[in-house]
Structure formats: C-alpha cells, structure tokens
Ligand binder design. Structure first.
Ligand code: ADP
Ligand code: MG
Length: 238
C-alpha cells in the first residue's frame, strides 16, 4: 500500500513541515539490539529493516516481549543498534521526534499542563503560547480537566492520555507511540488514537505505534508483525 492511500485524508490535506515526497525520516538497516553479554545475552531485535517517511501510518504488532519497545527506541535514537545501522538523513531537531513512552514518563514535580508544555518550553516557545498549546492538546484527549493536577494525583490511564497530549502539543514530524492505548478502556483508547491520527494528518507527520491490539492496528495503513525479536516481512504477517 502506498503512503498516499495509507490513511484517507479525513481531515483535509496535510500542511506544515512535509518536505519532499521521498524524504526519509528514519531508516533501520538490518538493525539489531542485544542486551547483556555471553550466556546472559538477550537479542531483543534481530536485523530489522524499516523505513519511515512523512505521512506514514505504521503499526508494529506483536505479543509482549517480542521487541516492539526496543525497535521503537531504535527509531527514536534512545537505543543504539548493536548491529546494523539506524540512519536519520535529516538532522533531528529538538521538536522533530516525539515519543509517547509505554510507562509513566511525567515529571512528578510538574503539574499536568506543565508536563504537556515541557517539550515546547525546552524548544524555546514562549511560556504563554506553550501553555495554550498544551491546554488545546489536553482537550483533544479529554484531559483538560486534569490540567492543574500533579502526576501522583492522576491514574495510570490518565497519565497515558497526558503523555499523548504532550506529543500532540509538540507536533513533531515523527510521532512514536509505545502502546498508547495499553492502559485505556476502549472508548478512551479510541479517542486518544483519533487525536494522534488527526494531529498527524494535520501536520503531515509520520505516526508509528506499537500495539498488541488488533483493533488499534486495524486503523493503520501499514502493519508489521514482530515475533521473538524478528520484524516479519509484510507478507509474513497474518
Ligand atoms: P515488547 O515491547 O514487545 O514487550 P521489549 O522490546 O520490551 O518487548 O523487550 C524485548 C526483549 O528484550 C524481552 O525479552 C525483554 O526482556 C528484553 N529487554 C528489553 N529491554 C531490556 C534491557 N534494558 N535489558 C535487558 N533486556 C531487555
Ligand atoms: Mg513494550
């Protein structure tokens, strides 16, 4: 399936930082990750090859322990490949990659709106503008009523929505979301997914999620399966 028909343009044509059509945001070439050494070595990712371009909608599907998070961290540049290469042709600026972590990633001392605005503040966006963008993003995931709370005052599912809002506020060119609906009920998960897809449509960003939920994967134009650290070819996936 081509990128153009991966997701119908329900929200109008992409605008923003789209770049040339063949632009590559990140490419893994036979990239592998082994944790530990010798008898204790765990190969989390075996030689994965994958290219992500602007506008891509990719779901990486697989059971727990199959290497999804490790692959996503490779794409994010958080993990270095122990074999093969990960290439980012365009230099990644502070707002170019946005990551929604699988586990809690909010800063305890900051309230929800401050946490959401943080990537913008770090990118020197003026505070008032950053705060407004953060509140807009929180509204998109129905979490604006949590704005003044501290992370310890919200649930795990609410924290996951705030993490999604943080990436929406940042509006990066590449959004990587690790099981973004994993702790949410169906309706809330669907709303978060709507918000991520809508924001990616609006900005022309690429959206890559990991999930073990077929209903989530079904909303993505491209699905790739991971099994025991291997990224299966598209035609191998069932
Ligand atoms: P998934 O996200 O699909 O559940 P992960 O990428 O988290 O899978 O993990 C893949 C494998 O790598 C698992 O066997 C896991 O235990 C192992 N692993 C992940 N991170 C580390 C680490 N930092 N150190 C050692 N082993 C790890
Ligand atoms: Mg994981």
């Amino acid at each position: 399936m081509s990128r153009a028909d991966a997701v119908p343009g329900r929200h109008g044509p992409a605008r923003g930082r789209t770049g040339p059509p063949d632009e590559v945001l990140v490419e893994c070439r036979d990239a592998a990750v082994t944790f530990g050494q010798g008898a204790h070595a765990v190969v989390a990712v075996h030689g994965a090859s994958l290219t992500v371009r602007p506008g891509d909608r990719l779901a990486i599907v697989g059971p727990s322990g199959s290497g999804k998070s490790t692959l996503l961290h490779l794409l994010a540049g958080l993990e270095r490949p122990t074999g093969g290469t990960v290439v980012r042709p365009a230099p990644a600026g502070p707002r170019d990659i946005g990551l929604v972590f699988q586990s809690d990633s909010l800063i305890p001392a900051l309230d929800v709106v401050e946490n959401t605005a943080l990537p913008l503040i770090l990118a020197d966006v003026p505070e008032e503008r950053a705060r407004r963008a953060a509140l807009d993003a929180l509204a998109l995931v129905a979490a604006d009523d949590l704005a003044e709370r501290l992370p310890e005052e919200i649930s795990g599912g609410q924290a996951q929505r705030v993490a999604a809002a943080r990436v929406l506020a940042q509006a990066p060119r590449l959004v990587l979301a690790d099981e973004p609906t994993g702790r949410l009920d169906h309706a809330t998960g669907s709303r978060v997914l709507d918000a991520l897809l809508m924001a990616a449509d609006r900005t022309g960003a690429a959206l890559v999620v990991t999930t073990h939920d077929p209903a989530v994967a079904a909303r993505f134009g491209t699905r790739r399966t991971m099994r025991d650290g291997r990224l299966l070819a598209a035609e191998e996936a069932s």
